[in-house]
Design a protein around this ligand. Structure first.
Ligand SMILES: C[S@@+](CC[C@H](N)C(=O)[O-])C[C@H]1O[C@@H](n2cnc3c(N)ncnc32)[C@H](O)[C@@H]1O
Length: 229
């Protein structure tokens, strides 16, 4: 069943009841991802919800797209949205449902996970609190619980030179960058007024951190408006 449709990055995305409505601010994640993909890239979207972010990427560049979410309603919705771009969906906790055949093959691992600090969920607009599952919003005490798990899980999946792109709030970005660095990534934040994307790359063995940084794609800055709490 479809609750409605949302405009996202110029696309019409189906949103089923109980599934997080994609926010305009996440279009920044799409822009950053588009700077990192090329035809044939393997792209995995974790915490995919409707699959809007992956859909926007795969609509612009032909990639091998996988999208996963822990919520069955979200995965069903994403399956419908991603059919036209040949995306494959997976149901389960974070990266657990990804097929082992993806290990070491992922060029871009991206996510807009839940990142609202637990004690700020009550402050969100009523439509978010009433219609979106708490699991889609609540990122734990500092909002970074799922981000932390992504940083820990990512190395298994990344291809050499692969990149992790994770949306956070601008306020959380410095801490999120630090936690990726703590997992051995070269990381920086790509921030607009309303959203930040952590861009994290594994430092190749034997390459000094500074060289790894200078070979990374340049960051982009765009403006975005947002409905997101
Ligand atoms: C903030 S919503 C973002 C959805 C989508 N990325 C978007 O931008 O529209 C977060 C999503 O993460 C999913 N999620 C939360 N915890 C998860 C977990 N442990 N494993 C997989 N998905 C999870 C929720 O079900 C929800 O769909």
């Amino acid at each position: 069943m479809v609750l409605g449709r949302a405009r996202f990055h110029g696309l019409d995305v189906a949103v089923a009841p109980g599934v997080f409505v994609p926010r305009r601010r996440s279009e920044h994640l799409v822009e950053v991802a588009l700077a990192h993909v090329r035809p044939g890239s393997v792209v995995v979207e974790l915490c995919c919800g409707t699959g809007a972010v992956g859909l926007a990427v795969a609509t612009r560049v032909p990639v091998e797209l996988h999208a996963a979410d822990v919520d069955q309603r979200a995965v069903r919705c994403a399956t419908g949205n991603l059919g036209p771009v040949g995306g494959t969906t997976h149901l389960g906790d974070l990266d657990a449902p990804l097929p082992a055949t993806l290990a070491g093959r992922v060029d871009v691992l991206l996510a807009s996970p839940p990142y609202v600090p637990s004690d700020e969920v009550a402050l969100l607009p009523r439509e978010a609190r009433d219609h979106e599952p708490r699991r889609a919003l609540d990122g734990g005490t500092d909002g970074l619980d799922v981000v932390r798990r992504i940083a820990a899980a990512a190395p298994r999946w990344l291809a050499p030179g692969g990149v992790v792109l994770v949306e956070t709030s601008p306020r959380q970005a410095p801490a999120a960058v630090e936690l990726f660095r703590g997992h051995g990534f070269e990381a920086s934040g790509d921030t607009t007024e309303e959203a930040s994307v952590v861009v994290a790359r594994q430092i190749p063995i034997g390459v000094p951190a500074t060289e790894a940084t200078s070979s990374a794609s340049p960051s982009s800055t765009t403006s975005a408006c947002s409905l997101r709490p």
